[in-house]
Design a binder for this molecule. Structure first.
Ligand code: ZN
Ligand code: ZN
Length: 367
């Protein structure tokens, strides 16, 4: 993975700073670790980033003295690292980094009640704390070329891993054994990890959209829903294919054809300027017209990046509009306990002129 192109990490802080005035704060305390990674390259498990016009400061503890310095320097982020072994010391460093700002933004979705109370009462008693919402979410939703390259590399590993393992299904493994083989292949191909806990749902288990791999043996006549991904430099891939062991029944065949058509309609709808709710509608309509609207149990998709689920949501209620650089999944499904489940999912990049899927494994049903 050493041939991945660089990302413009420094530019992210500049874009964030430009949003602060509109959010009603002079400085922002970033407490979500994934956002900290996005802004600084730091991958540790503890830290707070103070983003201020005069400079950003990453405060962490002694375990990350060298790692934080190395990662921040490698990313090119305009941030300095301050380390203290104690929480009290870290609070002092943060106060220093915020430079007496009168208004401090907090990430409302990523600050616990206890932390907010302690910031207000102990750490910054003289400042006004301002809740902010979705600042980083909006920035992270639009990927740069370096991010797209990582997402594509992750998706390519998943494609290859499925190609290498799918024939195993015909030998009747347990769901868990198949998931393990797939996960191993993903790691063997160079991913740093799997993207999330692999879903393998066979027979009736496939009718539960997020089935965890069980000790059930895959049998002839099963639909098998396989939803998995690879992690490359922090970026997730996400793809679902549904395979059939043996011959599908007439109903299963209808489910497969319908979800395939629904998914294709959704992918075809993805383009800049299109509302995410429209993509959802394109998928849902096909399934509803066939009378199985109630069996499509979830939203159509989600953004993918440093988190497996991020903005923008692709759902009935989503208010987002697609722009070039968004990366979203399109994953309709039909779930009928007596017949099993069918879901087909691709990850799609919104381009200037339309869209381009990056998950390319064939949608054939034979193992
Ligand atoms: Zn998925
Ligand atoms: Zn997904």
């Amino acid at each position: 993975m050493s041939d991945l192109p660089p990302m413009d990490v420094a530019g992210r802080t500049q874009r964030l700073l430009a949003l602060l005035e509109g959010a009603g704060c002079e400085v922002l305390l970033v407490t979500n670790l994934v956002d900290i990674r996005y802004l600084t390259g730091f991958t540790g498990s503890a830290g707070v980033l103070a983003v201020a016009p005069h400079g950003s400061t990453l405060v962490s503890d002694g375990r990350y003295r060298d790692q934080a310095a190395d990662e921040v320097a490698a990313s090119g982020a305009p941030a300095v690292v301050s380390i203290s072994p104690t929480q009290a010391g870290q609070r002092l460093l943060l106060a220093e980094a915020l430079g007496g700002a009168a208004t401090i933004g907090l990430q409302a979705a990523h600050v616990s009640w206890a932390a907010q109370r302690s910031y207000a009462a102990d750490a910054f008693p003289d400042a006004t704390l301002v809740p902010t919402d979705g600042l980083l979410e909006g920035l992270r939703a639009v990927k740069d070329d370096g991010e797209v390259a990582r997402l594509q590399a992750a998706a390519a590993i998943a494609d290859t891993a499925l190609a290498a393992t799918r024939s195993l299904l015909a030998t009747g493994p347990t769901e868990r054994a198949f998931a393990l083989a797939l996960d191993q292949e993903v790691r063997r191909l160079g991913a740093e990890d799997v993207s999330f806990e692999t879903i393998v749902g066979s027979g009736p288990n496939g009718a539960k959209p997020h089935a965890r791999p069980s000790t059930r043996f895959v049998e002839a006549g099963d639909l098998v829903v396989i939803d998995f991904g690879a992690l490359v430099d922090g970026y997730h891939s996400d793809m679902t294919r549904t395979l059939v062991v043996g011959e599908p029944s007439a109903t299963q065949r209808r489910m497969l054809d319908l979800v395939l058509a629904s998914q294709a309609a959704g992918v075809a709808a993805v383009a800049p300027g299109v509302r995410c709710s429209e993509v959802d509608r394109a998928c849902r309509e096909v399934i509803a017209d066939a009378g199985w609207g109630e069996a499509f149990l979830h939203g159509t998709g989600h953004g993918v990046g440093l988190d497996i689920h991020e903005a923008p949501a692709v759902s009935t209620t989503s208010t987002a509009t697609l722009v070039a650089g968004h990366v979203v999944t399109v994953e309709p499904g039909v779930y009928l306990p007596e017949h099993g489940g069918v879901r087909i999912e691709d990850t799609v990049i919104v381009t200037e002129g339309g869209s381009r899927p990056i998950t390319l494994a064939p949608k054939t049903i034979a193992p």
